[in-house]
Design a protein around this ligand. Structure first.
Ligand code: GUN
Length: 297
């Protein structure tokens, strides 16, 4: 039987409409318009398109998008100075530096420079630490979006076996933590697989919930998926494709055709996790502005 497709675009659009209403209320009540500084260094085509989508979504939700474009040759010092200025700018409630950064720039140092109360990506050590110990924080957008997709589809996570493939700081590690949290969309038994895992299929075949964030097409094929499992494909890969306008097509980390024959639910690429990442970014930007308004900042 073919899997049900999880429509991330539709859920994200509903969440975005709710945020828009909350933004209007915040503006009326406090006079504060949430603003996000979006910093893009260089012109990597994928990063450019992600950043454009984020900026458009901010504007549509009634928020300010402070667009900062820097050349690929920008020095570490200049980038840190830009962050220091944004940390002081009361109109920038959030700061997002699009990753990856061009070669030669130290992303860890740049992330550390962002004020934790403006870190709407949830990437600073302060926010990561808070997430680990269950304190109030900004949850990272893609992992949070994955949890919301599971909740929305009514996928029970409590007591079930969730297998995550990939151990990046942006997706794999935080998604594993959120799935294990004692909270709605969590309380699962979690296995974190990565490039050092032997016999990946032994684990994926046990997964009631399979989150694939390996960054490699065809990491998961239908023959290694448990029948009826919920499969969340976080991958976005550009594969050359003659006959398309762009010369490429997007695919995830799963072989959609075979996996969708076995899984119970599956996210498409595009239209699954990607739109949810943006919706969660808007949510965090709204929260950052609301907290700043409460502090009188
Ligand atoms: N690059 C890929 N995903 C992300 C993300 O969620 N935030 C930022 N800043 N860069 C990314």
């Amino acid at each position: 039987m073919a899997a049900q497709i999880i429509d991330g675009k539709a859920l994200a659009s509903k969440i975005r409409a709710e945020i828009k209403t909350k933004v209007e209320t915040l503006k009326e009540r406090t006079g504060v318009t949430p603003g996000l500084a979006v910093v893009l260094v260089g012109n990597d085509p994928a990063s450019c398109s992600y950043v454009t989508a984020k900026e458009r979504a901010l504007t549509e939700a009634g928020m300010n998008s402070i667009d900062i474009r820097l050349p690929a040759e920008t020095s570490q010092e200049a980038l840190l100075e830009t962050i220091a200025q944004l940390n002081k700018d009361p109109k920038a409630h959030g700061i997002l530096v699009q990753l990856p950064l061009p070669r030669g720039l130290d992303a860890d140092a740049v992330i550390r420079a962002i004020a934790p109360e403006k870190d709407v990506d949830g990437f600073t050590p302060e926010n990561v630490g808070r997430m680990v110990i269950g304190e109030e924080c900004f949850l990272p957008c893609t992992p949070h979006g994955v949890i919301e997709l599971l909740r929305h589809t009514g996928t029970e996570t409590e007591g079930r076996h969730a297998v995550v493939i990939g151990r990046s700081n942006i997706v794999g590690k935080p998604v594993a933590l959120l799935l294990a949290r004692k909270a709605p969309g969590g309380n699962a038994t979690v296995t974190l697989c990565h490039t050092g895992t032997r016999n990946l299929a032994d684990f994926t075949r046990q997964a009631d919930i399979l989150v694939v964030a390996s960054g490699r097409p065809n990491t998961v094929t239908g023959d290694i998926v448990k029948p009826g499992a919920t499969v969340i494909d976080v991958g976005v890969n550009r594969v050359p494709c003659a006959g398309t306008k762009t010369g490429y097509r997007l695919c995830g980390d799963c072989d959609f055709d075979s996996v969708s024959q076995v899984a119970g639910h599956i996210t498409p690429v595009p239209g699954g996790v990607g739109p949810m990442t943006i919706a969660m970014l808007l949510e965090n930007t709204y929260l950052a502005a609301q907290r700043a308004a409460e502090r009188g900042a």
